[in-house]
Design a protein around this ligand. Structure first.
Ligand SMILES: [Zn+2]
Length: 584
């Protein structure tokens, strides 16, 4: 007997009130699924960004009617959901969104462009969650371009297999600059939706292509998506992965400044690797997650941490970074983790579970309160990688573990991710390097403290040496330029400024009576011997305070370099790991 595909849920997105930052969504639910009624929900968070955002905050209006145009009452069922009674004919829901929140995770529409993310735009009629969902656009200005992270063209329809795919999509409208490259038969596009003509879209597409080749080599040869799109908007960094692409934000001039370009290459590598790691190789807790409440997983140290490790390695393997760039990036990673007090106060599993209330709710105390599963997860990945390569010098280290997890826990024959648990990951380490490596992985995730790769660096022809940059006595703060003011962002717990009663958020007006800029602070501190006392003049709200701080001795920092006595086999392993010959 022939079966018929279920009729889709259809959305019409009207952008004609863009100057007022309004987007209207009309949702049509077919009568065969509307007949029994059900729950209508608006997501409170978006996949990939683990914080409750309460998108319903921006909802201006919601109303429902049936197929004959009769009013259908919506009964609130929680802050972001309504109960819908059984309906005669189709169910039509109309929503008006205020959209003036510019980030990679939120909606922003104005006269210049529109960026809509699925979770913040498309409510879910729960009984129809597994049906196809179609999107049409209207109210576009003549000649505007559209880029959507779903199959479709022009004003639509854009087709999602189910609501989970729809909330994991994004839409950009405006005068878009697009450049594309082919990677193993899969089109990779960079779409600039921000302001300014100075962005090197062509060059970024070439970078993306080289990074995608490196990632595909890492994961075993083929790309899991039919097309990959980077939607790029104005902003100061940050990205969000989607099933078949990502949204990234950067300043228009970042693409032409060498240091910022390297950071962009790292961001592109990071988001692209999420095609596998997270989007299709998914912690079991995050498979089809409920979007109306937080979902806890211990595995963000893999989802984000391993991705952050490879976002440093892949630009090297792609030939975009020099060996020096790679080692510098790993040094910055080690220093950041070593100098984060929270690294010793929280395990990686706990940091992952508390992402919702700690890491994503950043404030001046965040580095003291917990571990950073991005940086610390990346350092754990590096530590495990060199340990595996020490145990199995001819093996592929963490690459092999990632491939093993992909084969066992990636998509099934029907293309649905099977999900993995932390035990699955320990089993993969045991297969690759034996029980001792699995025990190391367990220790790195269940015991607080900074991972330390130093014992195994020689396997990659690497060694740590003392950093020769001039030693700086420490205030033990994180400080920077904040609109021309020197702001102490964080006072590190237990450090010199902490002991003296300085607060995160204080503005530093003067040291020993002399005003200074953020750039001058290290020079001013270097004038003092360790253990010297300095007098800080601070502004805290309406008050001006003085605090005497006894400086802490300079922190002995180390840096990675190619070992002088490295043998030929270690150098070959370095080349296989980094994608480049070991210099010297
Ligand atoms: Zn990420």
């Amino acid at each position: 007997m022939a079966t018929h595909d279920p009729r889709p849920v259809a959305y019409l997105v009207d952008l004609s009130a863009r100057h007022q930052h309004l987007a209207t969504v009309t949702m049509r639910v077919p009568e065969d699924v509307a007949a029994d009624g059900g729950r209508l929900t608006v997501a409170t968070w978006t996949p990939g960004s683990y914080v409750v955002r309460d998108y319903v905050h921006h909802l201006q209006h919601v109303a429902a009617r049936d197929g004959a145009g009769r009013h259908v009452p919506l009964t609130p069922d929680g802050v972001s959901a309504w109960r819908v009674p059984p309906v005669a004919g189709e169910l039509v829901v109309e929503l008006e969104w205020y959209a003036f929140d510019a980030s990679v995770r939120t909606n922003h529409v104005d006269d210049h462009h529109a960026l809509l993310v699925g979770a913040a735009t498309f409510p879910c009629f729960e009984p129809a969650r597994d049906r196809p969902h179609h999107v049409h656009l209207t109210g576009l200005d003549h000649g505007e371009d559209v880029a959507v992270l779903l199959p479709g063209t022009g004003e639509g329809p854009y087709v999602a297999d189910d609501h989970d795919q729809l909330v994991d999509a994004a839409i950009a409208v405006g005068t878009l600059r697009t450049s594309a490259v082919d990677v193993h038969g899969v089109e990779h596009r960079v779409v600039w939706a921000g302001h300014g003509d100075g962005v090197d879209v062509r060059g970024l597409a070439d970078d993306l292509g080289r990074l995608a080749h490196a990632a595909t080599d890492l994961l075993g040869g083929s790309l899991p998506a039919p097309r990959y799109t980077v939607l790029a908007i104005d902003g100061d960094g940050g990205g969000l992965e989607h099933r078949d692409g990502c949204v990234v934000a950067f300043a228009p001039h970042a693409s032409t400044d060498p240091e910022r370009r390297r950071r962009l290459q790292s961001l592109l590598a990071h988001e692209h690797l999420h095609l596998w790691n997270v989007r299709r190789l998914t912690p079991v807790d995050l498979l089809a997650p409920p979007l109306d409440r937080p979902v806890l997983t211990p595995s963000l140290w893999i989802a984000e941490g391993w991705t952050s490790y490879y976002d440093r390695l892949l630009p090297s393997r792609a030939g975009l970074w020099s060996v020096g760039d790679l080692l510098d990036a790993l040094d910055r990673l080690r220093h950041a983790v070593d100098e984060t007090p929270g690294a010793t106060r929280q395990t990686l599993h706990d940091a992952s579970r508390t992402a919702w209330t700690k890491f994503y709710r950043r404030d001046e105390n965040t580095p003291n309160a917990g571990a950073d599963y991005y940086a610390q997860g990346a350092l754990a990945a590096f530590t495990l990688d060199v340990r595996l390569r020490s145990v199995e010098p001819d093996g592929d280290g963490l690459d092999a573990v990632l491939r093993d997890l992909w084969v066992r826990h990636g998509p099934d024959a029907a293309g649905r991710p099977r999900g993995y648990t932390e035990q699955d990951v320990l089993d993969a380490f045991a297969r690759a390097g034996g029980d001792e490596v699995a025990a190391l992985a367990e220790r790195l995730t269940t015991v607080a403290g900074a991972p330390d790769p130093r014992d195994d660096l020689a396997v990659l022809a690497l060694e740590l040496v003392a950093d020769e940059s001039p030693p700086t006595p420490r205030l033990d703060v994180l400080a920077g330029n904040d609109g021309g003011r020197l702001r102490i962002r964080t006072v590190l717990r237990g450090g010199a400024a902490w002991t003296a009663g300085v607060s995160g958020g204080d503005e530093l007006l003067a040291v020993d009576g002399e005003t200074l800029t953020a750039e001058e602070l290290p020079t001013v501190l270097r004038r003092h011997g360790p253990d010297a006392a300095v007098r800080l003049t601070l502004r805290r709200g309406p008050r001006v305070l003085e605090r005497e701080v006894r400086l802490a001795p300079p922190r002995p920092r180390t840096r990675l370099r190619i070992a002088r006595d490295a043998g030929v086999f270690a150098r070959e392993r370095f080349a296989r790991w980094s994608g480049q010959p070991a210099p010297g």
